[in-house]
Ligand binder design. Structure first.
Ligand code: ADP
Ligand code: MG
Length: 257
């Protein structure tokens, strides 16, 4: 059960290497249920890798990640970790929505079909119920009049809003965003951020990797600054953005603000 004070994400001393390259060097992080955590940091600092570990797209080498109290990818029995079966991993991942920089919509499907695909195919849900839900979600992201369009007929901002609706169609308890506006023309960024703000207001728990400092300041409950595979500084935006204590945070912010 999720309650307002529960931890939706907990990372304890998470390490991840690719070969000899250690990318995550002991990440500790907590995101409470209903909160928005914005992750800032220079390119190559391990932000995407961390999100991918939370979603079990990457396996960690040491440490633990919990989502909604459950260990990601493992069972703990008698003090030992046992890898989950693929089917269990798949089920766990269904409760986590992810939105990438590139929208990755299915080009041969309409907008509505894109949003219906996973609930129908993966969850085998009733098609007419899914259609109603998908149409409502598309309405919510401002695309009620585009449900029969194909992705190629939409702007980047519209495609990204479809990608958000598609993730929401699985009724996730956690949404991960990896630089969702970085591939967009500047004039299209606002419409995507507005949809994310609406989600946040509605109580969705979100981890958002972004370079949009204004968004982090306004919407973030916590801001995490990562550099070189560690969390350099974390706290409310009023501290980390407005009054950073660490030199690396100050240097980064002075470049992006
Ligand atoms: P960020 O998202 O903060 O820009 P990433 O998590 O994408 O950083 O990457 C951190 C480091 O890990 C980079 O040096 C990148 O080249 C490396 N890296 C990421 N994914 C892989 C991979 N699959 N194999 C090898 N190296 C990787
Ligand atoms: Mg990245």
């Amino acid at each position: 059960m999720t309650d307002a004070t529960a931890e939706m994400v907990r990372a304890d001393n998470v390490h991840k290497s690719f070969g000899s390259l250690e990318v995550l060097k002991g990440i500790d992080l907590v995101v409470k249920s209903g909160e928005v955590c914005c992750v800032l940091g220079p390119s190559g600092s391990g932000k995407s890798t961390f999100l991918r570990c939370v979603n079990h797209l990457e396996k960690i080498n040491a440490g633990k990640i919990f989502v909604d109290g459950d260990l990601v990818g493992y069972h703990e029995r008698g003090g030992k970790l046992h890898e989950m079966k693929d089917s269990e991993v798949a089920r766990q991942r269904q409760s986590i929505g992810m939105v990438f920089q590139r929208f990755n919509l299915f080009p041969h499907m309409t907008v509505l079909q894109n949003v219906m695909e996973a609930p129908c195919r993966v969850k085998k849900e009733n098609k007419s119920a899914v259609r109603d839900r998908a149409a409502a979600l598309l309405d919510r992201v401002g695309l009620g009049d585009k449900i029969d369009s194909y992705p190629s007929q939409l702007s980047g901002g519209q495609q990204q809003r479809v990608a958000i609706a598609r993730a929401l169609a699985m009724r996730p308890k956690l949404m991960l965003f990896d630089e969702p506006t970085s591939a967009l023309d500047p004039e299209l960024v606002g419409e995507v951020l507005d949809v994310m703000k609406d989600l946040a207001r509605d109580g969705m728990t979100m981890v958002v990797v972004t370079h949009e400092i204004g968004f982090a300041r306004e919407v973030g409950d916590t801001v995490v600054f990562m550099d070189g595979g560690v969390v350099v500084e974390a706290g409310p935006p009023a501290e980390v953005i407005a009054n950073p204590q660490q030199e690396r945070t100050k240097a980064f912010l002075s470049k992006v603000l």
